[in-house]
Design a protein around this ligand. Structure first.
Ligand SMILES: [Zn+2]
Length: 557
């Protein structure tokens, strides 16, 4: 997901992302209002017993979408492996969609509804066996009021009056338009998405198009197949009178098919604007390793909202302009050198679709690395200083309003600062790594060692600490679990320079590069005063601009 477009929008974002998230063992944030969560938040956000005993292996979503009355109807076949002795299965589907019946081996099963969750009573299940259920459902799904930030279907028309519709549902959840296991910790290993649409329209979904079935009434079924694990909010339908063009990119793993689906009226503009795709692949394969879904191809699909990181079906609505709808979020000038949506949403193929958070409280794993990928794109094509100018420029968007990490097990995400404060935290960590090859190997290593996995913040924090070679827990506690920006305070005491970290948690100990009387120097401050000999009354300290910290000279006592 991309960041909200205007500052005024942040309060809306706050309300959209639900109340403030505070992590366990709160720090500075304890002053924040503690939100209350509902039973539905827990049913949605936690790994309930009715979810824990089965391992999702495959989905076949087979639906008919009718733009004329904004309805969706069909069946989702859910295949799973039994990993524990249980017979009650939780399946999620949000009203106004209705679950009609659940069938296993031809037998309709008892189902009990509890708000957005349904509990299916299954016959005895043998541990180790693989079974499936068919879940029949239908209705008119929630319409998004502000896509992609609020979830739902978006129903529009193109300039020829033809339907132009799409789904987007991060946060609100995939269960607002199809029945699924709506928790991020468990992904299917593969999926088929079969979508029937009226005559003259096409559906573009994730993965590769396997076949098109034509029906006597002129409608067509588009069968898409995804050969890789996919997160549930990444599954999407995009329906329009699309035209197609494409290219093959010679990447690290060989030829990569790149397919583009746009509105007929935008074909020529798209051919020009989508030239950013090979540039993106070059930069991101350099920094992060091979595109994670060669088997499923890379796609850009035009939609009636800004854009979203749907796996192997990245959606685009940036109106064929560079920047973020023409605006440079960094103010550095570099943001207008590329199409923000193509770069940002494609960066998510590595951080969100390849490496996926298990709990939305850790959404920084998606957004911090991806906001940072914008700077790495600039770094690759325009040089290291340009990349630093870009990421430092985006600090203007930082709010320090709430912690970046949200509440666990209640479907709660943290502050919008997960974008540019998170990106600047990563840029700060880069300064601790001796050379760029090492930093690059850490970013590539993440994508290799957590390939196609769902992860926790602890796994990522530990990985970075181990590979950077320093216990970074205090640094992560500061930037992800507190709202304050560290301040390096210093004062001259009788020819000695004293310095310390202030405005931080007690354990904060980030090493920092400074200029002291014009000479570069590394300091290892803590929250306790330390002395540095050889300072004159006029000695000044200036922290390196690449660190997300501030500096404050104090009067001598
Ligand atoms: Zn994003």
């Amino acid at each position: 997901m991309n960041m909200m477009k205007t500052r005024k929008a942040i309060p809306i974002l706050r309300s959209l992302l639900v109340a403030v998230g505070l992590c366990m063992g709160t720090l500075q944030a304890s002053a924040q209002e503690v939100p209350t969560f509902t039973r539905q938040d827990t049913l949605r956000g936690s790994i309930t017993p009715e979810r824990a005993w089965w391992d999702l292996t495959y989905y076949h979503l087979n639906i008919t979408v009718n733009p004329a009355d904004s309805s969706i109807r069909g069946v989702n076949t859910i295949q799973y492996k039994v990993i524990g002795p249980q017979q009650r299965m939780q399946i999620d589907l949000q009203p106004p969609m209705r679950l009609e019946k659940v069938v296993q081996n031809g037998v309709a099963l008892p189902v009990q509804q509890d708000g957005n969750a349904y509990f299916v009573q299954l016959p005895e299940q043998q541990t180790g066996t693989t079974n499936s259920v068919e879940v029949y459902y239908g209705g008119k799904p929630q319409v998004s009021v502000n896509p992609p930030w609020s979830g739902g279907l978006t129903w529009r028309h193109d300039s020829n009056g033809k339907p132009f519709a799409a789904s987007s549902c991060q946060g609100d959840g995939a269960s607002l338009w199809w029945p699924c296991k709506d928790h991020m910790y468990d992904e299917p290993d593969s999926m088929q998405i079969s979508v029937t649409v009226p005559k003259g329209l096409m559906d573009v979904s994730n993965g590769r198009l396997r076949s098109v079935e034509r029906h006597p009434d002129g409608s067509n079924t588009f069968n898409w197949f995804v050969r890789n694990p996919i997160n549930n909010y990444g599954v999407n339908v995009n329906i329009a009178d699309y035209v197609h063009f494409g290219e093959q990119y010679q990447g690290e793993k060989g030829p990569l098919d790149c397919d583009y689906y746009v509105l007929r009226e935008n074909l020529e503009k798209a051919k020009k604007q989508f030239r950013d795709v090979p540039r993106m692949l070059k930069a991101f394969e350099h920094w992060f390793g091979p595109y994670p879904f060669y088997e499923d191809s890379y796609k850009l699909v035009e939609v009636p909202y800004l854009g979203m990181e749907h796996q192997s079906s990245v959606t685009y609505g940036n109106r064929y302009r560079n920047g973020y709808l023409g605006r440079d979020l960094s103010g550095s000038g570099w943001g207008n050198k590329f199409d923000f949506i193509i770069i940002h949403e494609s960066g998510h193929e590595w951080f969100a679709n390849n490496i996926t958070y298990q709990d939305i409280a850790d959404m920084w794993i998606h957004e911090s690395f991806t906001a940072y990928s914008e700077a790495l794109f600039v770094d690759y094509h325009y040089g290291k200083k340009a990349g630093a100018d870009y990421v430092i420029g985006t600090r203007a968007n930082i709010q320090n309003d709430r912690p970046i990490i949200g509440y666990y097990s209640v479907n709660n995400s943290g502050s919008g600062d997960m974008y540019y404060k998170g990106a600047n935290m990563l840029h700060t960590l880069r300064q601790l790594v001796p050379d760029d090859e090492k930093w690059r190997s850490i970013l590539r290593g993440l994508n290799k060692d957590f390939y196609h996995q769902t992860v926790t913040t602890a796994q990522i924090e530990t990985y970075l600490s181990e590979h950077i070679g320093r216990n970074l827990t205090p640094v992560f506690d500061q930037y992800l679990r507190d709202v304050r920006i560290p301040r390096l305070e210093y004062r001259n005491e009788g020819g000695k320079l004293q310095y310390r970290w202030a405005n931080t948690i007690a354990t904060f100990d980030l090493p920092v590069k400074v200029r002291m009387d014009g000479k570069e120097k590394w300091l290892e401050p803590t929250t306790a005063w330390q002395q540095l000999p050889g300072a004159s009354r006029k000695t000044t300290l200036e922290t390196d601009r690449n660190f997300l910290v501030s500096t404050a000279p104090l009067k001598a006592r």
